[in-house]
Design a protein around this ligand. Sequence first.
Ligand code: HEM
Length: 348
Amino acid sequence: AGSAPEPVPGSEPQPVLSPLTTFATFLVVTVDPGGEEAVRGLLADLAGLERAFGFGAPGSSLSCVAAVGSEVWDRLYDYPRPAELRPFTALEGARHRAPSTPGDLLFHVRARRQDLCFQLAAEIMRRLGGAVTLQDEVQGFMYLDARDLLGFVDGTENPVGDVARDAVLIGGEDPAHAGGSYVIVQKYLHDLDAWNTLPVEAQERIIGRTKATNIELDEDASHVALNTITDPDGTERDILRDNMPFGSPGRGEFGTYFIGYARTPDVTERMLRNMFLGTGTASHDRVLDFSTAVTGTLFYVPAADFLDDQPARPAAGAATSPAPAPPAPAPIPRPADGSLGIGNLNRS
Ligand code: HEM
């Protein structure tokens, strides 16, 4: 965007690093033409809503991370684009594909209580009513001792503490977006009947950990091995995963909602290329023989301060806007008596 970069006021991150909870709701929406102002208003109020619903429920760890997609950025902000904000790259492997699907906003709502996730998600959607189109909604839950529906403990090797902050939060490499992050989501559906015909030892070789005891195995073509990414100098590159199982036994739906936060989406996409396109040691990740990716979207997670005090919107018809200018909103009808049409504010 055109104007001179101004430093972000502070760089307090959104609650990206908040702990894994027992429930999560994932909402992905696209912003309708003319919906930009409602979106900006909701994003500014999000931290307040989180406090409003979470304060009276101590220990519930209610949190919400909001993230913005590539196509909507220039409609919302006259501000330099995050350096690596781009659409998710679809992958066509020999056996499996990772589609790229629409999404302008992601809301990742987490809590130890399902009702609070529901309440916050409901309020977000109420506030965005008429401004957005729902693309996907998933209610995730912690299954047993943090297992995915394939039966394996998921999340063990996530970075923690300073290592996690360093892996996830943007720093000096993009000063206008310090404290921000990138997030990739993919919704996977499992063929559990096929998976469950495999002997446990075969499942363990595919994942790269033992099933009952969660001990890492020395397998060079496993899911774990394919997702162990190192730079040429040997430094291991981490992402922060907050995957959640979801499903509907009645409809035979069993899934994993993959969500990976990273300081650069490049690390996550390197993992995905290993999984879908293979490496020297593996033609593909065999988890994919039992798991189909049905969505795939990349978002930028602004710092909390950015949402509290968002930069201006682009001027109407600004040359920076890649999309055709949305139609002007219809004038608000006013009652003929010249009042604001909101009734009598006196309580008496
Ligand atoms: C590790 C499950 C998709 C990245 C693991 C582990 C399990 C698992 C059980 C071992 C325990 C752990 O450390 O968490 C799944 C399932 C998926 C899925 C069920 C979806 C069907 C993905 C995707 C990515 C990914 C799409 C990356 C883009 C990783 C990484 C590790 C891991 C980085 C840790 C590797 C290490 O030990 O250093 N996953 N995963 N996973 N997964 Fe996945």
